[in-house]
Design a protein. Structure first.
Lengths: 117, 116
């Protein structure tokens, strides 16, 4: 069974550009979440998608957006990139979302390294 | 607000010995999940162990076990017979449910070094 797959793994962008990151969850998983990891702020929740609907969003500006497709694959987009957006972006998937509090383990992908110059 | 605190930024242990990583959390909920994740230099977040709050029995996965003290809101990870491959950042995480959605709240991490 394939794990959570993120593409691209590494990318370098220039300030002001935009970037799109992709995440394919584990087969059968319908919840996809995104996290940003930086040395200063640690791991911070960006948003969760379930059944193509954004269910929850973290404290990030509107430049950060995402979507989920009918096959549960998700993309996140960051527009007007800033130097501070340089980070490891981690995608996570689980079978269920917060409607159930049983048997819902969350698995992570390998991450996408974004460097903004 | 739910918070997770890992008070040990760094820990080191001799190979084959036992080490315990500490984690405390703050919540007003009675039913929740706690996780320990390992992040090696590759940076992939790997699930180590999970604990359901309603279960009194401490979770165990091979050399990894937890000491879950619900009243004290403590969730420590014990690694027995430490191996060089255990060297990594370890994150404690609490699963928050908000209006039917979920997210993980992470601690700041503990960097574990294994000395040969």
């Amino acid at each position: 069974k394939a794990g959570v797959t993120q593409t691209p793994r590494y990318l370098i962008k220039t300030r002001g550009q935009q970037v799109t990151l992709s995440c394919s969850p584990i087969s059968g998983h319908r919840s996809v979440s995104w996290y940003q990891q930086t040395p200063g702020q640690g791991l911070q929740f960006l948003f969760e998608y379930f059944s193509e609907t954004q269910r929850n969003k973290g404290n990030f500006p509107g430049r950060f957006s995402g979507r989920q497709f009918s096959n549960s694959r998700s993309e996140m987009n960051v527009s007007t990139l800033e130097l501070g957006d340089s980070a490891l972006y981690l995608c996570a998937s689980s079978r269920l979302t917060g409607t159930s509090n049983s048997g819902n383990t969350i698995y992570f992908g390998e991450g996408s390294w974004l460097t903004v110059v | 607000a739910q918070t997770v605190t890992q008070s040990q930024p760094e820990m080191s242990v001799q190979e084959a010995e036992t080490v315990t990583l500490s984690c405390t959390y703050d919540t007003s909920e009675s039913d929740y999940y706690l996780f320990w994740y390992k992040q090696p230099p590759s940076r992939q977040m790997i699930l180590v162990i999970r604990q359901e709050a309603y279960k009194q029995q401490n979770a165990t996965e091979n050399r990894f076990s937890v000491n879950f003290q619900k009243a004290a809101k403590s969730f420590s990870l014990k690694i027995s017979d430490s191996q060089l491959g255990d060297a990594a950042m370890y994150f404690c995480a609490y699963r928050v449910i908000i209006q039917g959605a979920q997210k993980l709240v992470f601690g700041q991490g503990t960097r574990l070094t294994i000395n040969p």
